[in-house]
Design a binder for this molecule. Structure first.
Ligand code: CP3
Length: 344
């Protein structure tokens, strides 16, 4: 049966007059209704693990804007937590985790088969959503890519240059590669369970791919993505996969073929005209309006949105931001972006 939903059509390689649209972090702090539900849940992690409230916040931007896709409300750091790492969020600062920097830390992780015990509420959220979404809306599941998740596990927090992860790679490659291998295995099981619960598309977030150079990029960004995608395709051949090697710059070229991804998501730094010529020829692309337009709005927002739509109109395209929307964004600017995509 041919795909009917606009997101699935784009992922199947169809060129559409109006590209489908959704937004990274579309359920988030810029929305008053999100802030209210988050307050009800208590804190961010309690919200992730409360299936009813996580379902509610996932649906909020669909109700308000009618996006073509909903993305499961969860976080990439739930996988290390399910493997036994301690995880908490410091308000105004971000995530903190217990660190893993040696063989003993790696050996202390729980077996991959144990992750479902922690993650079962997430699968329940997916099941809720697949029953609750409008028929035209696609449900996207996700996970962090092993390199990006490992940077948090090794440093115990977010780091500007991923220095601790690069240091471990240089000093103890066996442990470093062991962490990536465990994450690759756990991510395959986590994403398979999301698909079995009703996720129709999977997105793999490699937010820190841009700090991997040359052969490190091949080994630690491309290779884990290739393994995860191959395993998922073997089990679930009809589920399309979006890869997001953020700030990969010139290494975006050939990423579809190297990993088997159906779609490559582009960050803000990539020129749409260049990407249309060099990346979209290989398959669907997603992106890539700068999130700052959701704060600043005005004529530049409309002009840039229309320029991106035009640049990618010759091939399969899913409109999105180049990274997540920020808490200081104006919800009205989101509507202006959608109107520019759908009306122009
Ligand atoms: O896109 C979505 O709406 C789906 C849900 C989602 C969240 N995080 C919710 C969230 C997704 C896909 C993520 C991915 C994620 N999480 C990434 C990769 C994508 C990216 O943004 O680069 C990363 C690196 C994380 C780890 C993480 N989670 C950090 C560094 C932070 C703190 C940053 C901040 O803005 O405070 C989070 C928290 C987080 N994850 C929030 C949300 C809505 C904010 C939590 C809150 O309500 O306080």
């Amino acid at each position: 049966m041919a795909a009917q939903k606009t997101i699935l059509k784009a992922l199947a390689g169809e060129t559409q007059d109006v590209p489908p649209i959704w937004m990274m972090r579309q359920a988030g702090r810029y929305l008053p209704e999100y802030r209210a539900t988050r307050a009800e849940a208590g804190d961010f992690l309690s919200l992730c693990y409360n299936s009813d409230l996580a379902t509610e916040v996932t649906l909020q931007p669909i109700r308000r804007y009618g996006f073509d896709a909903a993305i499961l409300f969860a976080d990439i750091l739930l996988v290390p937590q399910a493997l036994g790492a301690d995880l908490w969020f410091v308000t105004g600062e971000g995530p903190r985790l217990s660190t893993i920097t040696d063989q003993a830390g790696l050996d202390a992780l729980k077996p991959t088969s144990d992750i479902h015990e922690t993650l079962s509420p997430i699968y329940q959220t997916v099941r809720n959503l697949s029953g609750a979404l409008p028929p035209e809306t696609t449900l996207i599941g996700f996970a962090g890519a092993p390199w990006t998740v490992a940077t948090y596990m090794i440093a115990g927090r977010g780091t500007p240059n991923q220095g601790p992860a690069h240091a471990l790679k240089a000093e103890n490659r066996t442990v470093f590669e062991g962490i990536l291998a465990r994450l690759t295995e756990a991510t395959i099981e986590y994403l398979s369970a999301q698909i079995e619960a009703g996720a129709e598309v999977i997105k793999l977030f490699d937010s820190w791919a841009g700090s991997l150079k040359d052969e490190d990029f091949d080994r630690y960004a491309i290779e884990p993505a290739r393994q995860i995608i191959a395993a998922l395709k073997a089990r679930h051949p009809d589920t399309p996969i979006i890869a997001f090697p953020r700030e990969a710059a010139g290494k975006y070229v050939g990423f579809h073929a190297a990993t088997g991804a159906d779609c490559v998501a582009l960050d803000n730094s990539v020129s749409p005209d260049w990407a249309a010529a060099n990346i979209q020829k290989d398959g669907c692309v997603q992106g890539n309006l700068a999130s700052s337009h959701m704060v600043t709005g005005g004529a530049a927002l409309t002009a840039e949105t229309c320029a991106i739509v035009k640049a990618f109109q010759g091939g399969p395209h899913i409109f999105n931001l180049g990274h997540g929307i920020t808490p200081d964004a104006d919800p009205d600017n989101v509507q202006r972006m959608i109107d520019a995509v759908r009306g122009g």
